[in-house]
Design a protein around this ligand. Sequence first.
Ligand SMILES: Cc1ncc(COP(=O)(O)O)c(C=O)c1O
Length: 410
Amino acid sequence: MLIADPEESTTTTAPVHYLDAISLGKIVQIREQLLKAQATGMRVFRFESGDPSFSVATPVLDAVDAAARAGKTHYIPNNGIPQLRAALAAKVRNRNHLAGVTSDDVFVTNGAMHALFVTFGALLVPGDEVIVPDPMWTEVVENIRMAGGVPVGVELSAADDFEYRTDRIEAAITPRTRAIFINTPHNPTGAVLSVERLKEIVELARANNLWIVSDEAYEDVLYDPWTHVSIGSLAGDYADRVISIFSFSKSHAMSGLRVGYIVTRSPLMHGRIPKLLRCSINGVNSLAQWAALAAVNGPEDHLQAMRSEYAIRRDIMLGALSGIPGVRAFAARGAFYAWVELDESAYERLGVPDAAALSDRLAASGIGSAPGDAFGETCAGAIRFAFSCDTAMVREGSVLLRAALSEGIA
Ligand SMILES: Cc1ncc(COP(=O)(O)O)c(C=O)c1O
């Protein structure tokens, strides 16, 4: 909804500010509702947002302390500290198989969120279309819009295990299409793109001269037997047109430290991205970058332990959601969300018209969720529950959730 500025003259038509067309985010609103309830002493179950419950690994905390005490608290290079850029280049070459990446191809950002802001800002001119999965974590389309772009949704469906379909992507291409956006593992569904599908997307992009923007924030959150493949590793001589986005938030539970990074070999992006970094943040917080260096160079047992715990939480939640008439939960292959579709009959039984109303009712009883319409145009009947909060909360909350979806909410 566009909001008129009360300070503007009523006799002239005020220009519409682009931010007035951007939402504040439904999930943020639900979170605030839950936090208010919590402040009154109510027990709340934080299933609305994907913030890992784990503490940051000790060597990472030690690195923050050591950097602070060593006086590494001054301005740092705009694109990231050289040691971190070098370590990230090695990481993406060795783990993501992004061939030939050097430090110069890595840009450290304030989380993957800021990486999206910078990427779309550097890539798009007003009116450029970007093809995105629908549903999709909302901030992706908001960042496209803020850069003047137009998100074009491609429906994902349960019948395809929520895999992005190449025929549907192809049908969405127009002369204004600039990029195909992909996200695997996927928020909100937990789908993981197969190697075959990724290869098809590369070929489609190549045939239509399109960029690929690949959000890999959940690259380390996977369930057996699913594995993560970076699309950039399959792009061959088209790799310069792939922009890959990574984050320390989910894999290393460093969401509050705000470190992400962009990997791009494109000379065009090398010219533009530093300008946006300089004018938006002038470099990510130095201590967070030293923390990220310790995390990327550190042992991987912490990551493995978190993955195992997420698998336990996923199974608890899926178990609680199974066998409820008219309620179907997709078994996440990656990320930490249960994406649940409800039939009309289930809404009738629960006495609510849709997922938005269901989400409000659940929040009033202390259970967080994110309604489908927060993620796109095609999924108003679905609802997302995050299981990134601690296991005891997932266990206790899942029992209440099952009761709420089976018997209704008081
Ligand atoms: C798909 C996806 N991309 C990017 C992000 C942003 O993560 P951050 O900014 O914490 O790195 C999120 C966060 O939930 C996400 O779900």
